[in-house]
Design a protein around this ligand. Sequence first.
Ligand code: ZN
Ligand code: ZN
Length: 222
Amino acid sequence: MLDMFKKHREIVDSITSLDENEKEYLYSALNIHGHFCGGMPMGYLAGLAAMKALGVTRELSMDKIAIVHVGDHHAGGCFADGFQFATGCTFGKGVMNKEPKGKWSATLVDKKTSKAVTVTVKPEIMQAAFDAPFITKYRINGVPPAEVDPEVSVPAFLGLFSKKPEEIVNIKGPFDYELDKTPSCFNLSFCEVCGDAVAENYLKVENGKKVCLDCAVHKNIK
Ligand SMILES: [Zn+2]
Ligand SMILES: [Zn+2]
């Protein structure tokens, strides 16, 4: 494992187009993502371009939202991880959502200003990625990304960094973005069937009892 971190460090250190902070976050991203591919660095660069276009810095709290447009059964799902790690809008903080459109695209929203930008990987960059052996020789034949020959996967990863973030994506915006103003629920409650702690806004009442969604009989009826 330590060897893997060392290798990740060496490869990230070889990138000359990123500053020290951007490299450090990319190194963390790579360790967490777990393999070399084209999708994660595309999302990472798209995230950097989105922050620059929106005039914001990486999110440490919950003041920005990332909405990624990759979908399910999508050849570039890794894009979402790159965008998440670059922008700091993580799934766990509740500020990373998916609106699947099957695109290598994401929208970054600044909650403080209600402004947003959408960044979409340029068609020619996508075509080049799909023409490269990472896809044509390995992924399309069912080889998992971590098992692709590093002679192929590392260049697929590094190749993206020969360009500036804004050269990778088309940028739309900044434009006005209407936010969901629903406040967070701080009312703690407990399911009367299983006892699990549940945020009150997720409880249902059935047969006079407060129940969680796991214990509810009528699960899909609000
Ligand atoms: Zn990946
Ligand atoms: Zn329950």
